[in-house]
Design a protein around this ligand. Structure first.
Ligand code: NAG
Ligand code: NAG
Ligand code: NAG
Ligand code: NAG
Ligand code: NAG
Ligand code: NAG
Ligand code: NAG
Ligand code: NAG
Ligand code: NAG
Length: 527
């Protein structure tokens, strides 16, 4: 089994959770690149430190009590696209509500009700996304908005076949698709509006990363359910050949190079050294000590993956303020990592330098006694991405020799083989662009579709696969030079630089324009 190698994971920010992490290592030894998307381990949390209660690992009722939302469950149909006997089976889909700021409908009719702001959940526990999407809470008061966060099927507590069986096999996982997820959102939102007696209230969908892809696709597929979408850091053009395959790792490399050429060169030099030293048991034992591994590392590839994760995730979350999204990090963490590398005497060992830099990512709070280099944990419940990356989410990525990472070439055939080995299924390589488009998007959407904001920060390597130019007067791209992975969706802080404040303000103004227009249209039609 080589799951890991394959499952390239990725996503978005999370690049991914490999589905069978245990084997990560097994592969690494035999094949050279355990690399790029080789092991897509989920973000790690401090060993022995409990994840926040709300991230799904804990007691739902306890978590809800501490969080600014209430948890609800909706009986969702398993399969929206067939009428086979099992399709109408239902599962409990979780969603979160906050109605504190909502302008409820009054006797003048439903048109007086405030909008619904709905987060289209992505590949993890919905509480985790809700707590990292403070922007929606920040702006709800001025809109009188009802906040809704819907969990994606097969993540968190929304397991169609229960916790134990949902991931059993392709028979159950087969129901984990983006199209089913979008239909879930449409049905749940419609039901909620009916129950609240606000059939005409405007709905704006929000999402970041894969959730942003879902938000934009939702607006295009279900314009009668959502009248607008804010798709933050949504790499909807990372498919097929739309975006150069090397863009992701080139962008990460560029982030580091922009801080210091030495930093870039040190990182670029470390991979061959690791491979050479890790080629036998003695070397691995030494390396395990250097990396303060909790257990002796069995494969040099695991160290490569561990470092790769640290550098790419840090680039993604290169926020201008301290944040705890994937890990606790200081402001501008790429700059901080490079300062660590640059502070070493030039002749120092590159492995020591790279390890010290990666420690910023894994141990910024200083609470790690050792590192689980080959261990896996999944505090945010990202496990299903491995399946998604083996079915629909085929985002080919090469690593060029210009980057700071070991070169790597993506191959559809290899992906297919490893997915078949891992899950017994083969990817549909071009399904996403067939289903949602993406090719020639600037022409195609110029006169089709409306009311979508694509926001991206160029420090985020995923931005290269995003929509970076305006498409029409209402499908707009907001791009910030220094932004990182869905920074705009994070809660405002006092230290926010002006450009983030302005970006968020512009988003609010655009959404206001959509809602005003919508209400005006409704009013005219009801006359
Ligand atoms: C979860 O919370 C409920 C309600 O507060 C409590 O009754 C229950 O004992 C808790 N369960 C655990 C495992 O903590
Ligand atoms: C909604 O969010 C606000 C801001 O975080 C919080 O003060 C309020 O208690 C929340 N309301 C509910 C019902 O959770
Ligand atoms: C339908 O569900 C039942 C019970 O879970 C299962 O035994 C059966 O194999 C399913 N049938 C199909 C065609 O998936
Ligand atoms: C109902 O809501 C509308 C819009 O917020 C407001 O203008 C109106 O005064 C409200 N009417 C009552 C009776 O509260
Ligand atoms: C709306 O009400 C129905 C009937 O009580 C319920 O089954 C359904 O779950 C509710 N919808 C939502 C989104 O909670
Ligand atoms: C292990 O590899 C290193 C570096 O290639 C080499 O110097 C050393 O002799 C090897 N040790 C053993 C026991 O093979
Ligand atoms: C984590 O950081 C603390 C504080 O700097 C240090 O004492 C500890 O050794 C570090 N843990 C590891 C595994 O390097
Ligand atoms: C990706 O890398 C492979 C292997 O080096 C190469 O054959 C292929 O042309 C590259 N594809 C692109 C689009 O860069
Ligand atoms: C898109 O248009 C908006 C104004 O509607 C403008 O502020 C923004 O800079 C434009 N985006 C790009 C990438 O040019």
């Amino acid at each position: 089994m080589t799951v890991v190698n394959v499952v390239p994971g990725l996503m978005l920010f999370l690049l991914a959770a490999a589905s069978a992490p245990a084997q990560a290592a097994a592969t690494a030894s035999s094949r050279r690149p355990p690399f790029p998307r080789a092991r897509l381990a989920p973000p790690r949390r401090a060993v022995g430190v409990a994840p926040p209660a709300a991230d799904g690992s804990g007691n739902a009722s306890t978590a809800a009590a501490k969080q600014p939302f209430t948890a609800h469950f909706f009986p969702q149909e398993l399969d929206h696209f067939t009428f086979t006997p099992n399709s109408s089976r239902v599962f409990a889909q979780k969603y979160l509500l906050n109605d504190t700021f909502w302008r409820k409908p009054n006797c003048t009719g439903a048109a007086s009700a405030g909008p619904l702001f709905v987060y289209t959940g992505n590949e993890g526990d919905i509480e985790w996304f809700a707590t990292n999407t403070g922007f929606m809470f920040d702006i709800a008061p001025e809109f009188g908005a009802l906040l809704v966060f819907i969990e994606h099927r097969f993540y968190g507590e929304s397991m169609p076949f229960g916790n134990d069986d949902s991931y059993n096999s392709a028979d159950t996982l087969g129901y984990l698709t983006s199209t089913q997820a979008l239909a879930d959102f449409a049905i749940l939102i419609t039901s909620l509006k009916t129950n609240l007696s606000v059939p005409d209230a405007p709905v704006v969908v929000f999402g970041g990363s894969y959730g942003g892809m879902l938000a934009s696709w939702f607006k295009l597929k279900y314009p009668h359910v959502a009248m607008g979408a804010l798709a933050s850091s949504a790499p909807i053009l990372q498919f097929d050949h739309i975006t150069p395959w090397t863009s992701f790792d080139d962008a990460v490399s560029q982030d580091f190079k922009s801080e210091s050429l030495n930093c870039f060169s040190v990182i670029k030099a470390v991979w061959d050294v690791l491979d050479a030293r890790g080629s036998n048991a003695t070397g691995l034992l030494e390396l395990s000590k250097t990396f303060r591994a909790c257990k002796t590392v069995q494969y040099a590839g695991s160290l490569t993956s561990w470092l790769y994760t640290a550098f790419t995730y840090t680039a993604m979350t290169d926020y201008p303020t301290p944040a705890d999204f994937l890990q606790n990090l200081p402001a501008y963490p790429v700059k901080e990592m490079c300062k660590i590398i640059d502070a070493f005497p030039a002749g120092a060992d590159v492995v020591d330098k790279a390890f010290a830099a990666a420690s910023l990512y894994y141990n910024y709070t200083g609470d790690q006694e050792c590192f689980e280099v080959e261990g896996e944990d999944d505090p945010h419940g990202l496990n299903g991405w491995g399946w998604q990356a083996c079915t629909e989410m085929i985002m080919p990525m090469n690593v060029s020799s210009e980057s700071m990472f070991p070169p790597y070439g993506f191959s559809y055939e290899e992906r297919s083989e490893s997915c078949f080995e891992s899950f017994g299924v083969r990817p549909r390589d071009h399904w996403i662009t067939t289903e949602y488009g993406g090719t020639k998007i600037y022409q195609v959407l110029k006169r089709f579709g409306s009311n979508i904001i694509f926001s991206n920060g160029l420090r985020d390597p995923w931005s290269r696969g995003g929509v970076l130019k305006n498409i029409s007067s209402s499908i707009v791209a907001l791009v910030t030079e220094e932004g990182a992975h869905h920074l705009d969706l994070r809660a405002a802080t006092k230290e926010d630089p002006d450009w983030v404040v302005q970006q968020r303000r512009q988003e609010v103004e655009i959404i206001k324009g959509w809602i005003d227009q919508y209400n005006q249209d409704i009013a005219e039609m009801s006359q």
